[in-house]
Design a protein around this ligand. Structure first.
Ligand SMILES: Cc1ncc(COP(=O)(O)O)c(C=O)c1O
Length: 398
């Protein structure tokens, strides 16, 4: 048995079966490249579902992480630490929001936004206790906690996990009339992805974000943008909401916030919303720990210094254009924004992600038939060409 096979066997024997990864065992990574235990090189075109937007092991972020690890890693929020205030300030600067609440995973940040919206509804809007409603979109993905899957529309994520959390209503993504009809006097928030990721890379119809935000403002409902995957340059703007100059009431951030070196997530909102939290009402032992937030601060600076947003926009345009030129009977659609691209196939995409892996390109299928391309935002044109050559071969079955 090779080392590769041994690791696969051990991982499968001792691990729960909640994932079905491609059979590539990564042991090293740098920039857009990863290496498996046998020394084979692959280009990472998934970037850990957009968490490694900076490329693997970005030297500036890793340096800060190492230095911070030697100083202090965890204080809990029982005490203060010298890194958190300046992290808040950085997130406040990029979002334009007054205040920030740090968590770890994306799901926790979504839960935090739900709590914020409900409290705001009860304390500020005057919704009767226990009656708050949050509107979400069909085909959403906001994480895996019991509350969050309560409003998922995918059976796979919900099966066998009930009873579910009440207080959510689902409307079709992109349908402004349905949103308007759904809003009632107890509606506290509209939680949405400004571009759906796990749902198959779905760009909303032009004007939808603007109209939804206007409607929320008119009806006194919080517009909550889950930018965990779309934020921080992924779609060719700092935030996907920027495509329509929409300023959400709550931003939810995660993934690339710490360049993929440590789990850091957060929500950002103005005082009117964030001040609903008082001591003891919410928290997390690791949320806001100095190791994570020191890395995240540097990660945000790197996004600005290295102009990820512009590169994502330009390289994304180029890549989509080239993908559209591939003349293959397999391709149904090519769509996306920035370096967040979906190639919808006429059949199951998994065999094609396996074939691409054989050729040295790592992507993952999503929603069954969609190949999702979300390379690190540092990717160059030459590197995209290298990948496209292989994509062409696989999709044209050469
Ligand atoms: C839009 C969105 N929200 C929330 C999450 C959940 O984040 P995490 O897996 O870090 O809990 C994801 C993860 O893919 C996501 O894409």
């Amino acid at each position: 048995m090779t080392e590769n096979e041994e690791i696969i066997e051990m991982t499968q024997e001792y691990g729960a079966k909640n994932y079905d990864p491609l059979k590539v065992v990564i042991s090293e990574a740098e920039g857009v490249w990863v290496k498996d235990v046998d020394g084979n090189k692959y280009m990472d075109m998934l970037s850990a579902y957009s968490a490694v937007s900076h490329g693997h092991c970005h030297p500036e972020v890793v340096k800060v992480l190492k230095e911070q690890a030697d100083r202090v890693t965890l204080t809990s929020r029982a005490f203060m630490n010298d890194q958190l205030g300046s992290f808040y300030k950085k997130v406040s600067d990029i979002t334009g929001k007054d205040k920030v609440l740090p968590m770890n995973s994306g799901t926790e940040a979504v839960e935090t936004a739900i709590k914020a919206a409900r409290r705001w509804g009860y304390f500020e809007k005057g919704v009767p206790e226990g009656e708050a409603k949050i509107i979400v979109c069909e085909n959403n993905f906001h994480g895996r906690s019991t509350t969050v899957i309560s409003f998922s529309t995918r059976e796979k994520y919900r099966k066998g996990y009930g009873p579910f959390t009440p207080g959510f209503e689902v409307v079709p993504f992109g349908d402004i009339e349905a949103l308007e009809e759904s809003i009632d006097e107890n509606t506290v928030g509209f939680l949405m992805e400004p571009m759906q990721g796990e749902g198959g890379i779905v760009v909303p119809p032009t004007g939808y974000l603007t109209e939804a935000k206007e409607l929320c403002e008119k009806k006194d409902v919080l517009f909550i943008a889950d930018e965990i995957q779309t934020g921080l340059g992924r779609t060719g703007k700092m935030f996907a909401c920027d495509w329509e100059d929409v300023d959400p009431d709550i931003y939810i951030l995660g993934k690339a916030l710490s360049a993929g070196v440590y789990p850091v997530s957060a929500i950002a909102a103005d005082k009117e919303v964030m001040d609903v939290f008082d001591p003891g009402s919410h928290g997390s032992t690791f949320g806001g720990n100095p190791l994570g937030v020191a890395a995240a601060k540097r990660a945000i600076e790197v996004i600005e210094e290295e102009d990820f947003v512009e590169n994502s926009l330009e390289m994304g345009r180029y890549m989509r254009k080239q993908l559209k030129k591939i003349d293959s009977p397999l391709i149904e659609d090519v769509r996306g924004r920035g370096l967040f691209i979906g190639v919808e196939l006429k059949e199951k995409a998994r065999p094609y992600s396996e074939a691409l892996m054989e050729k040295g390109v790592l992507v993952k299928d999503t929603k069954g038939t969609v190949l999702r391309f979300a390379p690190p935002l540092i990717i160059t044109k030459d590197q995209i060409d290298w990948a496209l050559e292989r994509v062409r071969k696989v999709l044209k079955e050469e």
